[in-house]
Design a protein around this ligand. Sequence first.
Ligand SMILES: Cc1cc2nc3c(=O)[nH]c(=O)nc-3n(C[C@H](O)[C@H](O)[C@H](O)COP(=O)(O)OP(=O)(O)OC[C@H]3O[C@@H](n4cnc5c(N)ncnc54)[C@H](O)[C@@H]3O)c2cc1C
Length: 395
Amino acid sequence: MERNDMKQDIVAEATAWLEQALAVLREEFPAHANPGQPCRIRWNALLCDADLVALTWPQALGGRGLPTSDLIAFHALCARFGAPQPINSIAHSILAPTLLQFGTDAQKAKFLPGIRAGTEIWCQGYSEPGSGSDLASVRTRAARTDGGWVVNGHKIWTTQAHLARWCFALVRTEAGSVGHRGLSFMLVDMRSPGVRVEPIRQLTGEADYNEVFFEDVRVPDGHIVGEVGDGWRIAMAAAEFERGIYFLPRVVQLEHELDRARTLLEQAQLDDADTGAYRHRLLEVSDSCQVIRWRVEQVVSQVAAGKTPGTDGAILKLLWSETRQKVIELQLDLLGERGMVGPDAAGAYCEDAAVVREFLWSRAETIVAGTSEIQRNIIAERILGLPKDKHANPS
Ligand SMILES: Cc1cc2nc3c(=O)[nH]c(=O)nc-3n(C[C@H](O)[C@H](O)[C@H](O)COP(=O)(O)OP(=O)(O)OC[C@H]3O[C@@H](n4cnc5c(N)ncnc54)[C@H](O)[C@@H]3O)c2cc1C
């Protein structure tokens, strides 16, 4: 594609491309088979080759200079087509917008090309044993040394750390500091001596998460985004990108999962009482999906106007994750014994039982990126103005 044509209608371009690219992908990875890491790695490469990442980055930095509304339209389209999540979506949707907003020119020049080309995968090193919801209590520390820092600590639940070349981590750069003061947003090379990654196996049998140990890991000076000690502000902005853009395709996907539940109900051979009970459940989740649709519009207009989603992101994340669990439970119940088959020896599920994997996966969705309880705290305190939880995060 000619770079001059970049401002063309992204929806038309992406629609044509997605049809043919997904056909290629499905040849290699059947749609119902586990949409696991190999499939997501391949999808990331296809997107990079087609110049369909970095849509909103400035052209001078290898992007296409399109408005955020085009990025959102593209994500919605991918979700409608049932495209998998590209393996580097943490970089595309969380780190890149953070670097574009807060990074130095040198950091943009160093880190953005690898994301754009698909050669460098990123992971997010925030959580630690004892520091999840209360993220400001992180204990991983970085001490000053000649030309940089020496990092020691233990991160956990680090998605894709085993694949990642880089990690954006929250670390304590001010000895003796507490809470959100004294933290920095640091970019760590996962190939550095002293980095050790141990996999964690999850309910689905896959191992997407890891523990990461930093033992005297050296990080050069230019690898802190923002000022030293300003990491909390940067991480919170990144978290808003996470809730606003990273989750968007999965939120749009919910509509299609609801359609599948509707179809299963139409096909099910049930007596009147059971049909009534299932219809009631379907109505409840349909109503929630309608509310989610309105909330998506709210968040999308905020992001398109150049703002972060703020508390709207918390509402959307809470509604989506809890409704999705209910939709998948409904599908599973309607499938009955057809849905009881586990994965084959290669870890792939047959078409009906693919919902089993989604069921197992969806358990994690009310935890990732802030638990439901934490989203409720945010809504209670920042939207409803209720008194602050004295035991919660000091942010
Ligand atoms: C699928 C998945 C992927 C993840 N990927 C990453 C990643 O890539 N990088 C990363 O850094 N982290 C990652 N995480 C970790 C995630 O951010 C944490 O699991 C999450 O923040 C919760 O922290 P915790 O597990 O320590 O639970 P805790 O904070 O210990 O919470 C335990 C329970 O107590 C409740 N609770 C805690 N505090 C309060 C409060 N103040 N009020 C009410 N209830 C409270 C919680 O809601 C929860 O039910 C991932 C998690 C999952 C599930």
